[in-house]
Design a protein around this ligand. Structure first.
Ligand SMILES: [Zn+2]
Length: 542
């Protein structure tokens, strides 16, 4: 459905704020290339990282908001820096494979690593190279999410000569750019510090590797640099056609200039690089892209998640326990806050997604533009009803102690007769996810405790109250009864009563709205559970 432009112009959701930067950029002049270009970057020294994924999700959201604000067409390049040299063995590489990678890494202060796109594919030679393997993985998972993007390989662009004109432009402004870039490194590194890393053949390995050299002379017209090689000989070497690569921050600017990138966001760790690359861009006569700095994620120990450390969790791990939309929601929310990204944030993300989806149906257009599901689904969220929250499903899986979807569906269909795996496919997926999450995260931590004497009396009271209810009692009526029982006994407050119920009946310290849970699990089944406790049985012992 086309969005009213006036509403889009006034919308407050952050992707609209970002998109308005581009509207401003193109206010006086549409881009000469005929489209607005968004870029995201990926370094394939390891498998795709959840941060890379987050960048593509968020950039796609901005792109979609831009489409609601402007008639200028847009493209998104997912750029892979696969020509990068392998400097050291990534921490994420398992012990058994470390020696495989060792020979491709930097060998000394002068002799650098092999380009990722030249390293043999260690995963059974299924691709042309290690870089190509990781590129394929990136595309595979971007495709799973249905992103619209064009994949660009650094190696291919270098080799095809697409960068040549800008590379010569850099040679023409070499000293100016060198001063800027060299100011960021320590003095002792400057003796072999140059903007270009020439690629030379390593005869022993039969593969090219980079040299770290400071050129004695640069020749813009010839497109070459002259340097002394490790053997002490003067060599004139072309920087065009993929015979050399730029230092990455200069490389980044070169790409912005060549492609005409209008928008690229990046992590907080790259703030200084953005500044430097933007200044280089200006020296080369181009306008740096609009940008946005997002915060990095934290792992379970509140340490920054990094690609090289491999801490935190992966996209695949998230998708084992929850639908992709919940991960997109997590990426949408508060991009400027350092958030914990760990398994325990998953259930909340799922339930928030479900409640936003439900709200969307009833909202006016202006409110819909602020609803995360509008951004997650590019303006057309599906009309789906989950019927039951993920947390309640987790509790159901927990109290049934089952890994069988059919068992859970038995309870669900009794509670919501219109819901079946066919009529509510989203709920069917959630049942599967709930079982997996319960098995891996809830079950190992479950701890049932026996009731105290006072709690025992309250439970006996609860048993009578529930037994007196008509079998068709709804969740509200059940909740009221549970409340009343709590009030009749000397609990510190009602929270303490509910916590006791969770700890005794469910083996956990937190839980669902008891009324909803009892309605779903069944009055008789709940009574049976309470009676087992009253008879002195410790739940979960079986
Ligand atoms: Zn492969």
């Amino acid at each position: 459905m086309p969005v009213s432009r006036d509403l889009a112009l006034a919308a407050k959701a952050w992707p609209f704020d970002e998109a308005r930067k581009l509207v401003e950029r193109f206010k006086h002049e549409s881009p000469a290339k005929g489209y607005a270009l968004f870029e995201t970057g990926y370094g394939p020294s390891g498998l795709p990282h959840i941060g890379t994924f987050g960048e593509v999700v968020r950039t796609s959201m901005v792109r979609h908001a831009f489409a609601a604000l402007s008639d200028i067409p847009a493209r998104l390049f997912a750029f892979s820096d696969d020509m990068d040299g392998l400097r050291k063995v990534p921490d994420t590489v398992p012990e058994a494979s470390r020696s495989f990678f060792q020979r491709y890494t930097d060998q000394s202060a002068d002799i650098g690593g092999v380009p990722l796109s030249c390293i043999h594919d260690p995963y059974g030679d299924c691709h042309e190279s290690y870089g190509a393997h990781n590129n394929a993985k990136l595309r595979e998972f971007l495709d799973t999410f249905g992103f619209q993007y064009e994949f660009e390989s650094s190696t291919k662009n270098y080799k095809d000569g697409n960068f040549d004109a800008t590379l010569r432009n850099i040679l023409a402004h070499y000293d100016e750019i060198y001063e800027l870039a060299a100011a960021t490194v320590r003095d002792e590194r400057r003796k072999n510090y140059g903007l270009f890393l020439p690629l030379v053949m390593d005869k022993e390995l039969g593969l090219p590797r980079y040299l770290y050299v400071r050129p004695e002379e640069v020749k813009p017209d010839a497109g070459t640099i002259v340097f002394r090689n490790p053997q002490g000989k003067f060599v004139e070497h072309p920087v065009t056609g993929g015979h050399a690569k730029l230092l990455w921050r200069v490389d980044w600017a070169m790409r912005w200039v060549t492609f005409g990138v209008d928008y690229e966001m990046s992590g907080k760790d790259l703030i200084d690089s953005v500044k430097l690359s933007s200044r280089i861009c200006a020296i080369l006569g181009a306008r740096a892209p609009e940008g946005f700095t997002y915060e990095l994620f934290l792992d379970e120990k509140a340490e920054k998640i990094s690609k090289s450390k491999g801490n935190g969790l992966t996209v695949d791990e998230w998708l084992r326990y929850a639908p992709p939309e919940s991960l997109s929601l997590f990426m949408y929310q508060a991009p400027k806050r350092a958030k914990r990204l760990y398994f325990d944030v998953i259930p909340k993300a799922v339930d928030e997604y479900l409640s936003f989806l439900e709200k969307y149906e009833k909202e006016e257009e202006a409110a819909r533009l602020e609803n995360p599901t509008w951004h997650i689904h590019a303006g057309t969220p599906p009309r789906e009803e989950a019927h039951i929250s993920f947390n309640v499903l987790l509790n159901l899986a927990s109290v049934c102690n089952t890994e069988d979807k059919a068992v859970l569906w038995g309870f669900i269909t009794r509670y919501a007769p219109s819901a079946t795996p066919r009529s509510a496919p989203i709920l069917d997926r959630l049942v599967g996810y709930a079982i997996a999450y319960y098995r891996d995260f809830v079950k190992p931590k479950k701890h049932y405790r026996a009731p105290t004497e006072m709690e025992q009396a309250a439970l006996a009271d609860l048993e009578k109250a529930l037994a007196a209810l008509p079998s068709a009692a709804d969740e509200k009526a059940i909740q009221t009864e549970i409340y009343e029982v709590g009030k009749r006994h000397p609990f510190l407050d009602l929270r303490a009563w509910f916590q006791a119920l969770y700890e005794i009946l469910l083996g956990q310290s937190e839980g669902p709205r008891m009324g909803s849970f009892v309605a779903l699990y069944g009055l008789n089944e709940t009574l049976a559970l309470v009676r087992r406790v009253l008879a002195g049985e410790k739940l979960g012992a079986a």
